[in-house]
Design a binder for this molecule. Sequence first.
Ligand code: PYC
Length: 323
Amino acid sequence: MPITEVQVIDSHTGGEPTRVVIDGGPDLGTGSVAQQLEILKQSHDSFRRAVINEPRGTDFLVGALLVTPTSKSCVAGVIFFDNVKFIGMCGHGTIGVVATLAYLGRISCGVHQIETPVGIVSAELHQDGSVSITNVPSFRIAKNVELLIPSVGKIVGDVAWGGNWFYLVDDHPCRLERNNLEQLTDVSWKIRIAINESGFPDVDHIILFAPDAEELNDPEITTKATMCSKNFVLCPGKAYDRSPCGTGTSALLACLASDGVLSEGETMVQKSIIGSHFTGRFLWENKDRGTVIPTITGEAYITAKVNLVFDSRDPFCEGIATE
Ligand code: PYC
């Protein structure tokens, strides 16, 4: 009976799950992680669907396939994917990968390099188990992009890169509360369609955010951060990010830096729609070009160590496709 098994470790970072594939993935050759991603995309998309989609996964799960890095300085290579596609980088996922490597005893506290398809990121595992990732260079490419959203009206936001492409909006009519997920999803999806039609076809993450006044009254926060923001992040497959989104926070840091709202080295707190936190800060990579190197700190916890079983007789062996 043709049964195959794939070994995974599940974790969550600020509530957002990561499924790290540690054994049983397809053979992707010996190229760079970006080249291995191309082979995965072209020849093994069924692997992505089978690992992440129902009945083994969910639409808000992010997968992380461990692969061999080309750079000797890296402890691992990683390719991230979700229910609809492969994604360039993933902040919460990298924190999950580091927690997983630590759980497996493959790394200890200190700074480690990880090769992703969009570049090498470094991650520091701290004594208390938290992880700081130093992300790929992040930057804004368009400020004050106006969109007309059906049954919402005019929206103004920025387009920025933080390892994925984001459209970030702080001036919107939505309550950023967990009991308002339906409206947040609906409005963000309409924004996603409009931004793609308006000359930014690659933008696949939408962020609605606002200053978090409640947190700014909390002395525990104000002693470590100069500003606090709360967000709702819509991912490419229409699920929302339970975490504050590491790549999204990086994109926001690039905007705040370029606007002079946050200074180099200052800390901000980014809170997710479910109330989990990341802290973020940046160093300028190139101030003239508005490029920053963001550092995002958060925590991940292991939730499962399992073998996924693939039975070729199963009509849903390759997962239930997302429409
Ligand atoms: O943390 O960067 C992130 C992320 C991307 C998609 C979901 N989480």
